[in-house]
Design a protein. Structure first.
Length: 131
């Protein structure tokens, strides 16, 4: 995702209107540096089921006990500006889990993307608007 976004946004980068980073968001919460966190109009997250880097680092509110999909969806939303978008890319087997997670968040589903022909070999995505 990062390389594609960097390529597509080259002109905005030259104008100073595009920022792209790869970091684990748990680092921001570990040092409690969230008040100065930059907010973005679009944030994309693709938590893999084996991502556990955040466990033991971000222990606020017991989020380190949650599974990666729940953790990265919840924490990713922190970096989205009001009325902005969080794009969550997830495995098809996590569809019901994703529905459960967003019920507890202040978001509205804008679009759900499913490639039916590749339902069991591809990913699904949800575009959420922060309200």
């Amino acid at each position: 995702c990062k390389r594609i976004c960097d390529f597509v946004c080259q002109s905005k980068d030259e104008e100073g209107k595009y920022f792209s980073e790869i970091k684990d968001i748990s680092n921001f919460f570990a040092v409690k540096n969230t008040n100065s966190s930059r907010k973005y109009h679009i944030v994309i997250t693709q938590p893999a089921s084996k991502m556990t880097y955040y466990k033991g680092i971000d222990c606020v509110d017991g989020l380190d006990k949650k599974d990666p999909l729940d953790y990265y969806t919840t924490r990713g939303l922190h970096f989205v500006e009001e009325d902005g978008f969080l794009v969550v890319i997830y495995e098809p087997s996590q569809e019901s889990e994703m529905s459960r997670i967003i019920k507890g968040l202040n978001v509205k589903i804008e679009k759900k993307i499913v490639v039916k022909e590749q339902k069991y070999v591809a990913y699904e995505a949800m575009i959420l608007r922060k309200v």
